[in-house]
Design a binder for this molecule. Sequence first.
Ligand code: 8YV
Length: 322
Amino acid sequence: KPNVYIARKIPAEVEAYIAKHCNYSKWDHPEPIPRATLLENLSIAEGLLTSGGKINQELLDHAPHLKVVSTISVGYNNFDLEAMKSRGILGTNTPQVLNDTVADLIFSLILSTARRIPEMDRYVKEGQWKRGDDENLFGLDVHHKKLGIIGMGGIGEAVAHRGKWGFGMEVLYHNRHRKPEVEATLEAKYCTMHDLLKESDFIVLMTPLTAETYQMIGAKEFALMKSTAVFVNASRGATVDEEAMIHALQQGKIYGAGLDVFEHEPLTGDSPLLSLPNVVTLPHIGSSTRQTRHQMAMLAAENLVSALKGETPNNLVKELRT
Ligand code: 8YV
């Protein structure tokens, strides 16, 4: 049996599946594994099951027998793809299984930010509610507004479905490629980035983090948005110039932001994002339901075992496909 290191706590059923096919050791704590602990556990590993942490030259130098890295996530920006490719190491991820769960979360951010839900909850619980305070409690309508989606992948499509059929919204999108099927089924309109930013009431950023998408939404892009626009990011924090976003929010250039991801996570300390009333912040919980995380972990385990059997795993990341 091949040797595997499991670098994050996984459900028992998934561990049992791995045990059937592999010899393994594991990090069995809820908190992320310390880097030094990870590096000292890779000397015989042929497979690594992980969900974060840089897969770079340093790590690969500590793993001379490594054949495949399987991440329990759809994003794999932590992979140094050139380093992996040069050593013939496969990399797999877990797309599709989390689309609806993340799209649900994105709509919770759209509604929470538009109707100021966290702020209103505190208002009641802190005894501030008083009659005749109506105007101060107003939020924004979501139904029948313009939903602009940047990145029409599986998650983007699930968001578009919710907008179109759930809230009667007009869907605009910007993507590297046109998606005729989405245009046909959802009457979605393909836009340039400029037009999407100018026309949308709700802007959802859902692109992978790559060299091309790094800080793709910055001061220029925020300046194009309506002053009543709500910006939502559940992709990766670094796809946004966070300083420019904070400035736009502080200056009232946009109505608000719903954020599940940040350039530096966990978000702590003195970030202005923690004190702005028109910002809803979540701790990177896009895929955080028991059912979905279980599905992701099982899929990642299947990817790992398949690759170690010498098969071409279904979810080999596209940059490593030959
Ligand atoms: C978490 C995600 O990374 O799938 C991704 O890319 O960002 C999230 O699903 C994943 O749940 C591991 O924590």
